[in-house]
Design a protein around this ligand. Structure first.
Ligand code: 5RP
Length: 225
């Protein structure tokens, strides 16, 4: 069986031209793109590519793959960012961050002229909020926000790794919340963001300009209308 993540990543690589400045996403699908980019630089198909990464994890992978990386300010604005997503709706709104990199992802992707989401078709949803919505919070506010979100019916759960609170690359914590079925994710996010201590959420309402979705019938493209 062909690997859909690889197919989507390969299609996104077709959009890369020598000399571009790129934003590299985080997660297993984005990792396929970084790997293919490294191969293309090594075999000379692409050259003079300058990248910035959305996580320490991707930074390490890029270095290993021979992909040149820079601080965001050195390469922004970016020609293109490529990243995965957890949920994608028909309006190209996304939920991201189940890999924990939501804040840097949003910062980088907002600096990109084009942001292509790559995914397999299991990520397409009728309504955002099928799974959890990650919310990045400051450690100082964590307990009170947890209590407040519970009162709002959002069933917050502190993200753990190896039995300890997961600390993001920006030094924050993540509360995974459930958006109630009768509430639109945008409204839910607006209410949460009224609370100081919420740094950002994994809701990406407008960042993606395109999506490349790999499924049984091949590649499907979505573009922001
Ligand atoms: C990380 C992310 C990822 O892009 C998202 O979780 C999708 O990951 P994968 O490609 O492994 O399914 O937002 O913070």
């Amino acid at each position: 069986m062909t690997n859909r993540k690889v197919e989507a990543a390969r299609a996104a690589l077709q959009e890369v031209r020598s000399g571009m400045r790129l934003g590299l996403g985080t997660g297993s699908t984005a990792a396929e793109f970084v790997k293919l980019l490294g191969d293309a630089l090594r075999d000379g198909t692409l050259r003079d590519i300058r990248c910035t990464c959305t996580s320490e994890q991707t930074e390490a992978q890029a270095r290993e793959a021979g992909v040149p990386t820079f601080a965001l300010y050195e390469v922004a604005p970016l020609d293109l960012a490529v990243d995965g997503a957890d949920e994608i709706d028909r309006n190209l709104r996304l939920i991201k961050g189940r890999g924990g990199a939501l804040l840097r992802e949003k910062i980088v992707e907002q600096q990109a002229l084009r942001f292509i989401v790559i995914a397999d078709d299991s990520k397409i949803v009728e309504r955002l909020g099928v799974g959890v919505l990650p919310v990045e919070v400051t450690p100082f506010a964590r307990e009170v926000l947890e209590r407040r979100f519970a009162e709002m019916g959002l069933a917050p759960v502190l993200r753990l790794r190896d039995g300890k609170p997961r600390v993001t690359d920006e030094g924050h914590l993540i509360l995974d919340v459930r958006v109630p079925e009768n509430v639109d994710v945008a409204d839910c996010v607006a209410r949460m963001r009224e609370h100081a201590g919420v740094v950002d959420t994994g809701f990406f309402p407008t960042e993606a300009t395109e999506a490349i979705i790999a499924g049984d019938d091949g590649i499907r493209r979505m573009t922001r209308g």
